[in-house]
Design a protein around this ligand. Structure first.
Ligand code: NAP
Length: 476
């Protein structure tokens, strides 16, 4: 078992600190230990990032792209090791972990190039003796706080644009899955990033967040995680009016209409719902199926779900790994129990698989659910697919929008006009139309309402790390 360190100003450090155990959710075994850092180490990391900012921000975008491209290549060269670390620390099936490493690397590649396209503007003047310009500047030191469910991709989706824009970063990964992030920083070191450009602390989230919030050198916080913690950060960042980007929780509806191709809808539902054991922010969390195809959809969906194999994610043949922890397991169990107690019936699954070491839940389809059930109101974050019968597209849209969340939604219909009409009425930042896996590096990802502020990925993704500086030039 390895004892890991934190990375500050180009040095691996923190061996004198108390440690935090990282365990494999599939079997409870210790995978590693990381330092339990707090305010002192965080301020050291911020100081290093602040000093490094002076020179990193002065490099050309082409020079910064050079470092990012080396990092990108190293991620691909180390795909297998990264994937294995990820599976061991947070349970993701190994084939999905490999896919995440590629997806995570794609953000580094995309933003290495996108940094070269941060254009300023010249605006026509209203008088002869003036020139009006907009210059673009990196925002400064960025603090990046990331969740456990995509330990690589949620980090590179922030690091890529921040570094390409000329910012330096202090990273705080989730305590559930810090080892993937540490391995990524080892690769940054190999790629030759100058000292202080990337820094990483692990440990007490509240102490680290306090140091970030109290330190005026940090100008931007980019966070992915729960809406609950996002709201805390909004309040805490008010004192210094720090810039915030927030990628928060979801509660994605999937609408399947009578004119859908049912096989396509089933494939989309399986892909969206059961990826990462149902622990993604854009998981189809509630499925509304129109009455004309309800029975056919349920039957085909349940048949497909029964094929999914549950087990330790390190096994190549496994589709559904463990839940991240006891709390996650209890939430899933209670959502199913609540639905069944209110009249829903389990079509397949519905079984907790719990031994003394790991917490698994069988992939589950429940039918005849309604909006009184918790599973239709909250993010389940587990392999449970509740299906509700609706009579019309309009009824489905009403249910879909009746949530404070607005991250992702899915629509299945072969009727183009109807598809467009439905999507126009959905208050969600991402829509998969006949598609269960909408994410990519080159597209804007983010939520409406309580699902977040801003977008990551695409050309919008770099804007979060750029300030516009308007310059009026007198010519007399
Ligand atoms: P979380 O509990 O909110 O934690 C996210 C990060 O915030 C972790 O690094 C955590 O550190 C840290 N944190 C916890 N309390 C904090 C505090 N008071 N101040 C500052 N930082 C704090 O979320 P999670 O359970 O890791 O992730 C699952 C959630 O993320 C779900 O709601 C999911 O929908 C959402 N998510 C959203 C997106 C998106 O793109 N919109 C993507 C992925 C996940 P510790 O682990 O050390 O406590």
């Amino acid at each position: 078992m390895r004892k890991y360190q934190i990375y500050i100003n180009g040095e691996w450090t923190g061996e004198e600190l108390q440690t935090l155990a990282v365990t494999n959710p599939a079997n409870g075994q210790l995978v590693g230990e990381v330092p339990y850092a707090g305010e002192v180490e965080t301020n050291d990391a911020i100081d290093a990032a602040h000093t490094a900012f002076q020179s990193w921000s002065q490099l050309t975008a082409f020079e910064r792209a050079g470092y990012l491209k080396k990092f990108y290549q190293l991620m691909l060269d180390n795909q297998e090791e990264l994937a294995e670390i990820m599976t061991l620390e947070m349970g993701k099936p190994i084939k999905e972990s490999r896919g995440e490493v590629q997806y995570a690397a794609s953000f580094i590649e995309w933003f290495a190039e996108e940094g070269k396209r941060v254009y300023g503007e010249t605006i026509p003047s209203h008088v002869h003796a003036k020139r009006l310009q907009v210059w673009k500047k990196p925002v400064g030191v960025v603090a990046a706080i990331t969740p456990w469910n995509f330990p690589a991709a949620m980090l590179t989706r922030k690091m890529g644009p921040a570094l390409a824009a000329g910012c330096t970063v202090v990273i705080k990964p989730s305590s559930e899955s810090p080892l993937t992030a540490i391995k990524l920083l080892e690769l940054c070191e190999k790629a030759g990033f100058p000292r202080g450009v990337v820094n990483l602390v692990t440990g007490s989230s509240s102490k680290i967040a306090k140091a970030i919030m109290d330190n005026e050198k940090v100008r931007k916080i980019t966070f992915t995680g729960s809406t609950e913690v996002g709201k805390i950060l909004i309040r805490q960042s008010a004192d210094q009016v720090k810039k915030l980007s927030l990628e928060l929780g979801g509660h994605a509806p999937m609408i399947v209409l009578n004119d859908a191709n049912v096989d396509v809808a089933v494939k989309g539902a399986v892909a969206s719902k059961f990826r990462n054991t149902g622990q993604t922010c854009i998981c189809a969390n509630r499925i509304y199926v129109q009455s004309g195809i309800y029975d056919e959809f349920i039957e085909k969906f349940a048949t497909a779900v029964k094929e999914l194999k549950v087990g330790d994610g390190i096994d190549e043949t496994v589709d559904i790994g463990p839940l991240i922890n006891q709390e996650g397991f209890e939430k899933v169990t209670s959502h199913v129990e609540d639905a069944v107690s209110k009249g829903a019936s389990v079509v397949t699954g519905g079984k907790a698989i719990r031994d003394e070491s790991g917490a698994f839940y069988s992939p589950t389809v429940i039918k005849d659910v309604n909006e009184s059930m918790v599973v239709m109101q909250e993010e389940t974050f587990g392999p449970v697919a509740p299906v509700q019968k609706v009579e019309s597209a309009q009824e489905a849209i009403k249910f879909a929008n009746s949530t404070p969340y607005g991250l992702a939604a899915y629509v299945f219909t072969e009727n183009v006009a109807k598809g467009m009409q439905v999507i126009e009425q959905l208050d969600f930042g991402i829509v998969g139309w006949n598609e269960g896996a909408p994410s990519a590096a080159q597209v804007p990802f983010g939520g409406m309402k309580e699902s977040g502020v801003g977008r990551e990925g695409g050309h919008e993704g770099i804007e979060a790390f750029i300030e516009s500086q308007y310059v009026a030039i007198g010519m007399e």
